[in-house]
Design a binder for this molecule. Structure first.
Ligand code: GLP
Length: 251
């Protein structure tokens, strides 16, 4: 696992998007990128929207979707992706789990789809409890795409996108940890102090299903991009190495 500590949100978006862009350029024959939602990737999508690169050879596949929200609901991840990326950038094909379909059947269908596509690069955020996609603490590391019950802390964290806590769905369809681990390359972005403890566990803690992101240590090509606030609980040596890695990167 490699990590980089950047100065601010602009640098975080710049580094992450550069890695994605390089990967798209390196695969003119076609490729698949796994996309994430939430606040973390918003800056990355802003960089992407400003770019005029041709993405007609790129297929996208999102990590997760709430169960029960119509696709055009303002808080569905379908709407999120439309608003922040798909209205601006034209891809070959884009896939997101359908939260209105039978969740168990849809999970199986989506797992097959992701397996067939093969993800070349997966963009990830991290929850403040260490979740990746919607794989909450306690999820076994080998899970496939499945239906999951959201923890109260995740529902509260995501309440800011909804009017009331009662409006936040209780279930989601999510790629499993095993599904995510099959991606050839992973880029995880984290910012803000509320991620600091999860980031510390991921980089310096024991591998445990209680912090799902700790499995990423076993992935052969994961880059973690952090701002200073999310890196605040790391040891001085880990921080130093992260800052040096950023200095070597042109952004
Ligand atoms: C959400 C998403 C994750 C995301 C995480 C962090 O619930 N399912 O894919 O990475 O929680 O969200 P945010 O970036 O908004 O802090």
């Amino acid at each position: 696992m490699r990590w980089m500590i950047v100065r601010n949100d602009e640098d975080l978006a710049c580094v992450a998007y550069k890695v994605i862009r390089n990967e798209m350029m390196a695969h003119p024959e076609g490729m698949t990128i796994g996309l994430a939602t939430g606040s973390s990737p918003m800056g990355v999508y802003e960089e992407w929207r400003k770019d005029d690169i041709d993405c007609s050879h790129v297929t996208t596949v999102n990590l997760d979707e709430y169960v029960g929200l119509p696709l055009d609901h303002p808080n569905s991840y379908h709407s999120f992706m439309q608003e922040y990326l798909f209205d601006y950038v034209k891809f070959k094909e884009s896939y997101i789990p359908d939260g209105t379909a039978d969740p168990v059947e849809e999970s199986a269908r989506y797992e097959d789809l992701v397996r067939k596509l093969g993800v070349d690069l997966q963009l990830l955020g991290i929850g403040s409890n260490g979740h990746i996609a919607f794989n909450e603490p306690g999820t076994p590391f080998d899970t496939k795409t499945h239906v999951t019950r959201l923890t109260e802390s995740t529902r509260r964290a995501n309440q800011r996108f909804f009017e009331r806590i009662e409006d936040v769905p209780v279930e989601a369809i999510t790629m499993g940890i095993g599904t995510i681990m099959r991606a050839k390359k992973i880029v995880l972005v984290a910012s803000g102090e509320r991620k600091a403890e999860a980031v510390r566990q991921m980089l310096e803690g024991e591998e445990t299903t209680e912090c799902p992101a700790t499995i990423l240590k076993h992935h052969e090509d994961t880059l973690v991009i952090l701002d200073e606030a999310s890196a605040a609980s790391l040891s001085e040596e880990t921080k130093r190495r992260g800052r040096v890695a950023f200095e070597a990167f042109e952004c």
